[in-house]
Ligand binder design. Sequence first.
Ligand SMILES: Nc1ncnc2c1ncn2[C@@H]1O[C@H](COP(=O)(O)OP(=O)(O)O)[C@@H](O)[C@H]1O
Ligand SMILES: [Mg+2]
Length: 328
Amino acid sequence: MLAVGANGAGKTNLLEAIHVGSQGFSPRTRSDSELIRFGTAASRVVVRGERGGLPVESTITLRLREGKRASLNGAVLPAAEQLRSRLSTLVFTPDRLAVVKGGPAVRRAYFDRTLGRIARPRAGLPAAYASALAQRNAALRRTGAGLSSRDAIAPWTENVADLGSQLYAARRDVLTLLEPGFGTRAEALGLADARLRYEGEPPSRESLEARLERDIERGFTGLGPHVHDVAIVSANRDLRLFGSQGEQRLAVLSLLLAEAELVAERSGVPPLLLLDDVLSELDAARRRTLAESVPGQGQTLITATAASALPGEPAQVIEVSPGHARTA
Ligand SMILES: Nc1ncnc2c1ncn2[C@@H]1O[C@H](COP(=O)(O)OP(=O)(O)O)[C@@H](O)[C@H]1O
Ligand SMILES: [Mg+2]
């Protein structure tokens, strides 16, 4: 599906609304008040569609200074974010280039979200690890301040080692799952021999104990998955540092398409793909490859300023103008 309209017409708004309606949160901002039209007090998004042959309808209501509410098929959800465990939507926006060119924290968060989507039973690991880490750091600081003994740190060291090793293993598994699809997509888009390389070692009780003094001094645990990174490489070139803007864009797109394939395989239902402004910086050959690599099943929404940007015939064209979206 192609959404076309001039700059500022509201294409990104439309795509964001679909994301909010199907996932319960914006891909752009954490501040829900930005999702309400200026000068009004509330907004609502209703998404109607079909998932695996069954009808779905989700509704999100946002009001200034109130929590958002979501329901799925008429049943109210305890939290709007729970939509994301029920419906899969993957999004590309130009900001996503940060996955390659941003700092390690952006990549950790990105791959941990992928972990949540393709390895559901282990989806809680990043949060469980973060909480163990915070408790160990607090224990380190109490000990450093002379408020408690070193023994008080030991149980948290144990916990960080255990959950940290599990998170490390889960992330490695995710990369192993993603890498073949990533390589194939990237190759098709012109990135030769593209790979994902995990950087970091699993924490152990011994390695944590070995740097206990330093950690107490800094009040911070200096090793573990919270300082790891993923190198995104093409032909032995690290795209984090040496990728051109175009190559970084292709890498992010390849990751997204690889994940879409995995989600479809594992859940039996292809995710909804939202690709914002993806065509603008691609040459004609790459646009064609991209149009061909978009999954045949499932639904993909692409935005562009002109219908001619997309090679081939989209199933549907939506014309976007300020305040309106209508099928052409
Ligand atoms: N909360 C809001 N209320 C009203 N208008 C908004 C809000 N947020 C953004 N806009 C406006 O919506 C317009 C359309 O933006 P956008 O969807 O990014 O356009 P496009 O992607 O088609 O270039 C912009 O002019 C922006 O200022
Ligand atoms: Mg836009």
